[in-house]
Write a protein that binds this ligand. Structure first.
Ligand code: DAH
Length: 344
């Protein structure tokens, strides 16, 4: 390059370096504007250089022209950047509502409803013993809720005073025992199921009654199943749920779908059986109904009672939740008051 070309190119480089540091240091709009005028304004640096270009030998013009354009583009983008960063800086300063010294906001974390917790815990225990979960509909037929379960036609639980019937003869299931029937209709033994779910009865709500509540049914059908199997299963369940010291007591009872039938009590978790308010000073808590599946029920689903036998049980989920969390009114469980639910 000639002396002329070289000199101009150096001028260009020096000026662009100067403009770059000046833009970085600029802290006001006026400073930036002054630089713009100085560099690309009508009487600014770039137009002046452009005017001088005519003095460069024509062979060097393309190369110099390229350098000129690169330098000018560079300046223009630096100018835009400087304007942008000044804008964001002033926006941050004017936004007084952001106090960066405040501690972060804590978002509430959801918790499981106590009913769901008890169901999950019960299911987990039975799963470890090889049971699987089976479910059935909440709207049921009279056949599945009563007839197939060997309930006599005049049994008081069928009364419309106790059961919600639909106009078409169907009903809201009053027990999860219905799932036993549905499962046995579709599956062959050996069967080992638990069926947690919602049930409905026409009760007047009070501290211990609700028109809708939850049960979990259990059913085991195999060869040579005995009362001892039932007892050991319930004892294992009770100890897993309520502690290794828990004792089991079976009292004779009656259910149409089991023979013999029992009511199943666990020693009170609060007092260990000594007697307290929770167990009404009896030392025992009634948790489930159970028994050996009545041969009539097996026949109703087409199983031969000479070949197959089994046990069944049904427990109240609310009852377990109320004992475990010391809730003295069942209605708290359905009100969904956050102050109540947050405690679990
Ligand atoms: N279905 C009974 C109830 O609602 C509970 C029950 C008792 C279920 C004994 C059973 C059983 O499977 O064998 O009160």
């Amino acid at each position: 390059m000639t002396f002329m070309g070289n000199e101009l190119k150096e001028k260009l480089i020096a000026k662009i370096e100067y403009a770059e540091s000046a833009l970085k240091a600029a802290s006001t709009e006026a400073e930036i504007e002054n630089l713009r005028v100085e560099m690309i304004g009508r009487n600014g640096f770039f137009p002046a250089i452009s005017a001088e270009m005519k003095n460069i030998p024509y062979q060097e013009k393309p190369e110099f022209g390229k350098a000129f354009n690169v330098a000018k583009n560079r300046f223009e983008s630096l100018l835009e950047e400087a304007k942008e960063s000044l804008k964001t800086k002033s926006r941050r300063q004017s936004d007084k509502s952001v106090d960066l010294t405040l501690p972060g906001r804590k978002w509430p974390i959801g918790v499981k409803h106590p009913i769901s917790k008890v169901i999950d815990d019960c299911v987990a225990i039975f799963r470890r013993m090889g049971f699987i979960v089976a479910e059935g509909p909440e709207i049921e037929t009279v056949y599945h809720n009563f007839d197939a379960l060997n309930t006599p036609p005049d049994h008081p639980s069928r009364d419309p005073q106790d059961t919600f019937y639909f106009g078409d003869g169907r009903l809201l299931r009053t027990q999860t025992s219905t799932v036993q029937i549905r499962y046995m209709e579709k599956n062959q033994p050996p069967i080992r199921i638990v069926s947690p779910g919602r049930c409905f009865r026409r009760d007047t709500p009070d501290a211990t009654h609700s028109m809708n509540f939850h049960q979990s049914e259990g059913l085991y059908i195999d060869k040579n199943v005995s009362m001892a199997d039932l007892k050991s299963t319930l004892l294992y369940f009770g100890r897993e749920l309520m502690g290794s010291e828990t004792q089991l007591r079976l009292r004779p009872h009656f259910f149409p779908f089991t023979e013999p039938s029992v009511e199943c009590d666990f020693s009170c978790i609060m007092c260990g059986g000594k007697g307290c308010r929770v167990c009404k000073f009896s030392g025992w808590l009634e948790i489930a109904g159970a028994g050996m599946v009545n041969p009539n029920v097996l026949r109703n689903v087409g199983f031969n009672p000479e070949e197959w036998s089994g046990y069944a049980f049904g427990m109240g989920i609310e009852r377990i939740a109320m004992i475990r969390y010391r809730i003295n009114d069942i209605r708290y469980l359905y009100e969904n008051d956050m102050r109540f639910l947050e405690q679990f």
